[in-house]
Design a protein around this ligand. Structure first.
Ligand SMILES: Nc1ncnc2c1ncn2[C@@H]1O[C@H](COP(=O)(O)OP(=O)(O)OP(=O)(O)O)[C@@H](O)[C@H]1O
Length: 259
């Protein structure tokens, strides 16, 4: 694989069969994601975003085509996934949730503690390390999922609308925390969102998908300088133009799929 390509997707097609009908969720998707790139997938509901992530997470098999994730270290998991919900294990404390992947891989106790503490601190969870998920707010639970994903030190991170269920205030805080951790680790991230603001704040590149069957129909490079804040993004005229472009794309695709 070319040096700096982290995820290479070639002619990926996924067809689901249900009750005698076939649904083409992904149609011939070809795409390279570079090492350390933050890419957001945006598209109308049902266009195949989650299907693409699930294939890259090895939870679903492609019908045709394939993908490759460049491996840098042998002892790393290929990918960690952060979901909108269901991301925490209810019977484990916050600390044990974050340490889970590392424990499974049988790292020395000292390494597990150091790495767990580091990400607990980064996500503001150190003081809550001994609590159980039912004692946490929605925002804190999402922090646990993020801390665990980064602590695992995977080759790539896959995030499926991790902030969608949070209120605006919490969402802004978590988005900026995520950006800080990402800036330190420079993990390759593929992130699904329905929020144009979120995509513009986080991404190096936004991939716009067409309504079913899902294809990548356009890409937008977000040139705004980093580190970014929502205030700066909202005040940037270039970004405002890109907002309108993404919005128009979504409106056109929704119209097309209805019509
Ligand atoms: N296991 C499955 N069996 C049958 N059809 C499926 C299955 N999983 C997904 N689909 C169909 O594939 C299409 C793409 O679904 P997917 O969940 O990937 O879309 P999405 O873009 O993530 O949608 P949303 O934005 O609403 O979450 C949809 O039509 C969906 O109904």
């Amino acid at each position: 694989m070319k040096d700096d390509v982290k995820i290479r997707i070639r002619n990926l097609t996924k067809v689901f069969y249900q009750k005698g009908e076939s649904i083409t969720a992904l149609d011939n998707v070809t795409l390279d994601i570079m090492d350390g790139e933050f890419v957001c997938l945006v598209g109308p509901s049902g266009c195949g975003k989650t299907t693409l992530l699930r294939i890259l997470a090895d939870l679903e098999q492609p019908s045709a085509g394939g993908y490759e994730i460049a491996r840098e270290k042998e002892d790393r998991p290929l990918q960690s996934m952060v979901f909108q919900e269901r991301g925490v294990i209810p019977w484990l404390t916050v600390r044990d949730n974050v340490a889970f992947g590392l424990e499974m891989r049988k790292f020395p106790k000292k390494t597990v503690k150091e790495r767990t503490d580091y990400y607990l601190e980064k996500t503001g969870l150190l003081a809550f390390a001994d609590r159980f998920p039912k004692e946490l707010s929605g925002g804190m639970k999402q922090r646990v999922g993020i801390a665990r994903a980064f602590a695992n030190d995977p080759e790539i991170l896959l995030m499926d609308e991790p902030f969608a269920a949070l209120d605006e205030q919490n969402k802004f805080i978590l988005q900026e925390e995520l950006l800080q951790i990402w800036a330190e680790t420079r993990k390759t991230v593929l992130f699904i969102t329905h929020s144009i603001d979120e995509a513009l704040l986080l991404s190096d590149r936004i991939l716009l998908m067409s309504a079913q069957p899902g294809r990548i129909s356009e890409e937008i490079r977000v040139a705004a300088p980093r580190p970014r804040t929502m205030e700066a993004i909202r005040a940037d005229p270039g970004v405002a133009e890109q907002f309108v472009r993404v919005l128009k794309h979504l409106q056109d695709e929704v119209q097309r799929s209805r019509g």
